[in-house]
Design a binder for this molecule. Structure first.
Ligand code: ATP
Ligand code: MG
Length: 457
C-alpha cells in the first residue's frame, strides 16, 4: 500500500537539480511530491495528477536567466485549472517579478534563499484555501447543476424557486403553485410531497378543469349510497382518499364558486361531509393547488373567492416561463436528448450549432413540455448523429419566409406573431393587444386583414 498517496499533492517546478532535491527532502514528509524541470513537464503533471498547489521557479529552460518561460508556465497552469494555487519562487530582489506574477494569478510568492519553515506556512495556507475553494465549487455544482428532485435548472430564476420549495415542503402549509402551462407545476407538487413527512401517504391528484361540474363535488367529497340518482354505493371522495398524504388540486381556478366555499371550509376545519352524509369526518390531508390562471384577475371578476385565495396561497411558488430561465433550455435539451436517445437506442451525440442557436432563439410558449415534445420527436426523426433544426421543427424564420416577397413575408410574420400571442393568452384579446404593444382596435383590424379568427388561436 502506498501510504504517501493520502498526503496532499505538491508539484515543485525547479530547473536547478540541487535545489530540486533539497526542496523535495524538506517537504516530502508533509506532501506527496512531484518534480518538474520545465514548462512541458510541469503542465503534464498538473493535468495528470491535478496537484492543487505548485511552487514555480520563474527562470526555466530554455531561458533560465529570464522569466518569460516561467510566466508562460504560470498562465498555462492557471488556464488548465483556475483553482490551482501557484507559489512563485523568485530570486532575491525581484520584487517586480513577484508582484507581476501575483497580478497574473499566482497565489503568492517566495524569495530565494528558501527558508523551509516559512515556505511550509505559505504552502499549508495554500492547501487549506484550495480545499475550501474546491469544496465550495463542488457544493455549488451539486446544488445548481444537478437536479432538485426531478427538476433541472441552473438559472437563478429556478434556484430561487427551489429554495422556498425546500423550506415549505417539511411543513403542513398549503401551497399555491402558479406558472404557465408546461412549466412543471405538477412536478413541484410531487417534489413537495416527496420531501414532506407525508411521503409515505398517498399523493392524490384531481384536475378541477377536467371533471364535469356536476360530478366534481362527489369526486372531492364522496357520497353516501342513494344520495343522488346513480349513487348506488357509498364512495369516498379524493380528499378522504388522500388522508395522511397530499391532495393536489390541479387547475384550482376552474373550481366552481360553490365548491370553493366547501373547500375553504375543509381547509379551515379539516373535516369533510360526504354528499348525503350526516356526520363530519376528520381528515388529515394537506392541500397543494396549481393554476395557470391569473387568480387575482379572477377575483376581480368575481370568479374566485378572495378568502380561498389567501387560505390556499399561504405560500405561493411561481414558476418562471422557460424563456426566462437563463441557460436552462440547453441544459434541459441535453438532458432530454440523452434520456430519449437511450430509450430509443439511438446514437445521437448532440445538437448541431444551428440547432443550439434555434433552441436558444425559440420563445417556448409551451415551456418544458414543448421542449420535451420537440426533443423526443427530433430523436426519432434524426438521421445523422446530431440533431438539426429541422428535426426539432425549429427552422429559422428566414427559411420559413424564403421565396416570399417582402410584403407577404411581413404578413406571414405578423400572422405567426398574432396567432402565437392569441394561443398564449388563451384568446384574451386585451392581453394579446397588451403583449403586442398595440391597441385593441388595431389588433382587430390586423386580424381581419390577415384572416385570423380569435377562437382558432
Ligand atoms: N425543471 C424541469 N426539469 C425537468 N423536467 C421538467 C421540468 N419542469 C417540467 N418538466 C417536465 O415537463 C413536463 C410538464 O411538467 P408539468 O406537467 O409538471 O407541468 P405543468 O405546469 O403542470 O403543466 P400544465 O399547466 O400544462 O398542467 C413534465 O413531463 C415534466 O416532467
Ligand atoms: Mg399540470
Amino acid at each position: 500500500m502506498n501510504l504517501s498517496s493520502s498526503k496532499p499533492k505538491l508539484l515543485i517546478v525547479e530547473d536547478d537539480p540541487d535545489l530540486r532535491t533539497q526542496m523535495k527532502w524538506a517537504l516530502a514528509q508533509d506532501y506527496e511530491i512531484f518534480l518538474a524541470e520545465d514548462r512541458g513537464g510541469a503542465l503534464e503533471i498538473v493535468k495528470r495528477e491535478k496537484t492543487p498547489v505548485v511552487t514555480l521557479d520563474l527562470g526555466l529552460p530554455p531561458h533560465p536567466g529570464g522569466t518569460e518561460e516561467g510566466f508562460l508556465c504560470l498562465s498555462e497552469i492557471i488556464e488548465q485549472d483556475g483553482l490551482v494555487k501557484v507559489v512563485v519562487i523568485t530570486g532575491q530582489g525581484e520584487r517586480e517579478n513577484a508582484l507581476k506574477s501575483v497580478g497574473q494569478g499566482a497565489y503568492d510568492f517566495f524569495s530565494k534563499p528558501i527558508q523551509v519553515d516559512e515556505l511550509k506556512v505559505v504552502l499549508n495556507r495554500a492547501f487549506y484555501l484550495s480545499n475550501l475553494e474546491r469544496e465550495h465549487r463542488e457544493l455549488r455544482r451539486r446544488i445548481s447543476e444537478e437536479s432538485f428532485e426531478d427538476m433541472l435548472g441552473t438559472s437563478t430564476e429556478m434556484q430561487e424557486v427551489f429554495t422556498p420549495i425546500r423550506k415549505v415542503a417539511t411543513t403542513d402549509a398549503s401551497v399555491l403553485i402558479t406558472g404557465e402551462s408546461g412549466t412543471g407545476k405538477e412536478l413541484v407538487a410531487r417534489a413537495i410531497h416527496r420531501r414532506s413527512s407525508r411521503k409515505g401517504g398517498p399523493f392524490v391528484v384531481i384536475n378541477c378543469g377536467a371533471i364535469p361540474e356536476n360530478l366534481l363535488e362527489s369526486e372531492l367529497f364522496g357520497h353516501e349510497k342513494g344520495s343522488f340518482t346513480g349513487a348506488h354505493i357509498q364512495r369516498k371522495g379524493r380528499i378522504e382518499s388522500a388522508n395522511g398524504g397530499t391532495l393536489f388540486l390541479d387547475e384550482i381556478g376552474e373550481l366552481p364558486l360553490l365548491l370553493q366555499v366547501k373547500i375553504l371550509r375543509f381547509l379551515q376545519e379539516q373535516k369533510v361531509e360526504r354528499i348525503g352524509g350526516r356526520e363530519e369526518i376528520l381528515v388529515d390531508t394537506r392541500v397543494l393547488a396549481a393554476t395557470n390562471m391569473d387568480l387575482k384577475q379572477a377575483i376581480r371578476e368575481g370568479r374566485f373567492r378572495e378568502d380561498l385565495y389567501y387560505r390556499i396561497g399561504v405560500v405561493v411558488v411561481d414558476l418562471p416561463p422557460l424563456r426566462k430561465r437563463e441557460g436552462d433550455v440547453l441544459l434541459l435539451a441535453n438532458a432530454l436528448l440523452q434520456r430519449y436517445a437511450s430509450e430509443n437506442k439511438k446514437k445521437i451525440s448532440g445538437f448541431t450549432q444551428q440547432a443550439l442557436r434555434a433552441l436558444e432563439a425559440h420563445n417556448w410558449p409551451g415551456n418544458v413540455r414543448e421542449l420535451e415534445n420537440r426533443v423526443r420527436r427530433a430523436v426519432i426523426m434524426a438521421e445523422g448523429s446530431k440533431i438539426a433544426p429541422e428535426d426539432l421543427e425549429l427552422v429559422s424564420s428566414f427559411k420559413r419566409y424564403e421565396g416570399h416577397g417582402l410584403r407577404e413575408a411581413r404578413e406571414a410574420l405578423e400572422r405567426d406573431f398574432i396567432q402565437r400571442a392569441i394561443s398564449k393568452n388563451k384568446g384574451n384579446i386585451t392581453h394579446v393587444a397588451a403583449e403586442l404593444g398595440i391597441s385593441r382596435p388595431t389588433l382587430y383590424e390586423l386580424m381581419e386583414k390577415l384572416g385570423i379568427e380569435k377562437d382558432r388561436g
